[in-house]
Write a protein that binds this ligand. Structure first.
Ligand SMILES: Nc1ncnc2c1ncn2[C@@H]1O[C@H](COP(=O)(O)OP(=O)(O)O)[C@@H](O)[C@H]1O
Ligand SMILES: [Mg+2]
Length: 274
């Protein structure tokens, strides 16, 4: 379930680590409802692109298109770059709702995407490694229902990292969690992603998360979603703090751009619920 077949890959075309993901002229509609239009974006190898925008602007749809789960109505997605030999699934998702199998232990959830590829001993070694990396070593034999939301999402990221992805697609991975857990996990995820050097697209509607974790922040407009601004934060992810003045200033700048859109999206949601 964390696995998805991505766009066709060509290897050896980039000097950097991970994949370069290029979107050209992406558009999409659901039964006549235009949700994405004219999206051009590049995610550089090893970098994190944070994708922000009001609810319903098409972020999840765009992520699905990047991962090859949704065929776009218009445009193309290309993935170029060298994929490491031990990579078992080049483009891998981390889901908001964790998507764990309740009848499998933590260890067996993380092992799931490895099962078709690795023999038992190699699988066990790799699972142990990512469980240690994500602070789950003591919980290997626990069941998902015994874990807090934050620990469950740790399992989600451990499972994703276990396949040594060349590109991680994260769809609001922290939004099901309480504020304190979010802050703590964001710090951890930022460190893990930075050290893994994996090309990452991180969808969120929380601006503080976007500026903390992105090398670049793509700000989308409301439906039909377009990229209205692309902002660069030229500073390593490790070492950033949520309270850094430049990040707070960037956050305020993005908020000024999207507040009207966000308010309108909220009204539409209320209307739709009537
Ligand atoms: N499978 C679908 N069928 C029809 N409409 C959809 C489908 N998925 C999403 N939508 C609609 O497309 C728009 C964009 O959705 P989505 O990509 O989930 O936005 P976001 O992730 O930014 O909230 C929304 O109006 C949503 O209701
Ligand atoms: Mg979404």
């Amino acid at each position: 379930m964390s696995a998805a077949q991505g766009p066709p890959l060509s290897s050896g075309m980039s000097g950097g680590q991970g994949l370069r993901l290029t979107l050209r002229g992406i558009g999409h509609a659901y039964r006549g409802l235009q949700v994405l239009q004219d999206i051009d974006l590049t995610v550089a190898p090893g970098e994190v692109l944070a994708l922000v925008g009001p609810s319903g602007c098409g972020k999840s749809t765009l992520l699905g298109i990047m991962g090859g789960l949704i065929a776009p109505a218009a445009g193309v997605v290309e993935a170029h770059g060298a994929v490491a030999d031990d990579c078992l699934n080049p483009i891998t998702y981390v889901f908001q709702d964790f998507a764990l199998l309740p009848w499998r232990s933590v260890r067996d959830n993380v092992a799931l995407p490895l099962e078709p590829h690795l023999p038992r001993a190699a699988r066990r070694a790799r699972v142990d490694e990512v469980l240690a990396l994500t602070g789950l070593d003591a919980f290997a034999e626990a069941w998902p229902r015994e874990l807090s939301g934050g620990m469950r999402q740790r399992v989600g990221i451990a499972r994703a990292l276990a396949v040594r992805p060349a590109c991680l697609l994260m769809d609001e991975p922290l939004s099901a969690l309480d504020a304190q857990t979010r802050t703590l996990l964001l710090e951890e995820f930022a460190g893990l992603i930075a050290r893994a050097g994996t090309t990452t697209v991180y969808v969120t509607h929380t601006l503080s998360e976007a500026v903390r974790i992105g090398h670049e922040v793509a700000v989308m407009s409301r439906r039909p979603g377009r990229v209205r601004a692309l902002l660069r934060i030229d500073r390593p992810i490790e070492g950033r703090r949520a309270t850094d003045p430049d990040l707070l200033a960037m956050e305020a700048r993005i908020w000024a751009m999207i507040r009207d859109d966000a308010a309108t999206a909220e009204r539409e949601r209320v209307d739709a619920a009537d």
